[in-house]
Design a protein around this ligand. Structure first.
Ligand code: PLP
Length: 345
């Protein structure tokens, strides 16, 4: 049974249950399809089993011990992940400038955050990767329970997850990877290595680069114990079946030949853009995050020029560079427009 099948009307009873819109009262008509798929738990008949089976299929696709569908983003996955490995007063090593959900997760677990800093790459105005050299001194001087690494960073800086996992194994530390911006990685050899088969826990936001709806995401576990009860702690008892259905379909698409071809098409289009634009420098470790800088322009000036003159909005900008995020929905046409502008400026 798949989630999409849950929406077939033919077996519907005369329901006197939640949700009270009854799939036919559309306060916001624009979202009528969403309402028609927003069914009740009663109508879904054993939705827990459908979810369990869908997650098991996903886990096989990713090659993990467990994969969980999240409808509250990677933020929820980080919290569930920390709860599943940390106890009160444990020390958790997190990056000082990491996404705020890392610190929130540690606080919710009653654990102690210990902050590490990452070097600054002056040329690009971004933080560098997390390395064994940076992390090991903390392991030597503190009793650390878990390490959270953000890879890729927002700007597309990727850390060596294998090396960090080896280090964590040496010191008996759990490795959690925030791969929120790397949900395409498991499906292309031309993108950085994904952490999903390496780290103990990995989160990925489907909504950031993989064409998913806000705020769909995944939590992957390679732990040898069941962490279902921790995911349950951060999950509503009234899940959104439309969102869960899109997660299932999203993973199936990414894993299909069509989806994989689409990723390669995106990569090839960006390669072509890079080859043609010699008047800007390209940086970062992930080609899908177009990190650019231009001589004699600050990142902010470049961002302003793109926005004011060419109506192009970037994802994030700093003093030195600006980053244009791409993903499954970034069309060839859109990239061609960007290419023409970058050639011109
Ligand atoms: C590096 C990083 N981690 C985690 C998150 C949280 O992801 P979500 O929005 O899916 O909760 C974000 C969101 O911007 C992020 O940039």
């Amino acid at each position: 049974m798949t989630f999409i099948n849950l929406f077939r009307k033919k077996n519907r009873k005369l329901l006197f249950t939640t949700p009270s819109h009854s799939q036919n009262f559309f306060i916001v008509n624009k979202f009528r399809h969403f309402y028609t798929c927003d069914i009740s738990e009663t109508d879904a008949h054993n939705p827990e089993i459908v979810l369990m089976q869908a997650q098991n299929r996903a886990s096989k696709i990713y090659g993990t011990n467990q994969t969980f569908f999240l409808t509250n983003g990677s933020s929820g996955g980080i919290i569930a992940g920390i709860l599943s490995v940390a106890k009160r007063n444990d020390n958790i090593l997190i990056w000082k400038d990491s996404h705020r959900c890392h610190k929130n997760a540690v606080e919710l677990a009653g654990a102690n955050p210990i902050f590490y800093e990452l070097p600054y790459i002056d040329k690009w105005g971004v933080n560098d990767k997390t390395t064994v050299k940076i992390i090991e001194p903390y392991f030597k001087t503190h009793k650390i329970k878990a390490l959270i690494v953000t890879s890729p960073s927002y700007y597309g800086i990727v850390s060596d997850i294998y090396a960090l996992k080896k280090l964590c194994e040496k010191y008996g530390v759990y490795l959690i990877v925030d791969e929120a911006h790397g949900a395409l990685y498991p499906f292309s050899d031309n993108l950085p290595q994904s952490a999903v088969n390496v780290a103990d826990l990995t989160v990925q936001s489907l909504h950031k680069t993989a064409g998913g709806l806000n705020p769909t995401a995944l939590l992957h576990s390679n732990l040898d114990y069941d962490i279902h009860s921790f995911v349950e702690k951060i999950t509503t008892t009234s899940p959104s079946y439309p969102l869960l259905a899109t997660i299932e379909a999203n993973i199936n698409y990414l894993n299909s030949q069509k989806g994989r071809n689409k990723i390669e098409e995106l990569i090839n289009n960006i390669k072509e853009l890079r080859q043609n634009c010699n008047n800007v420098d390209f940086g970062g470790d992930d080609i899908t995050k177009i990190l650019i800088k231009k001589d004699d322009y600050s990142g902010y000036e470049l961002s302003e020029l793109l926005f004011d003159k060419y109506n192009i909005e970037d994802e994030i900008t700093n003093e030195k560079s600006t980053m244009l995020l791409t993903g499954l929905g970034t069309s060839d046409k859109k990239l061609k427009k960007l290419k023409n502008v970058l050639i011109k400026i």
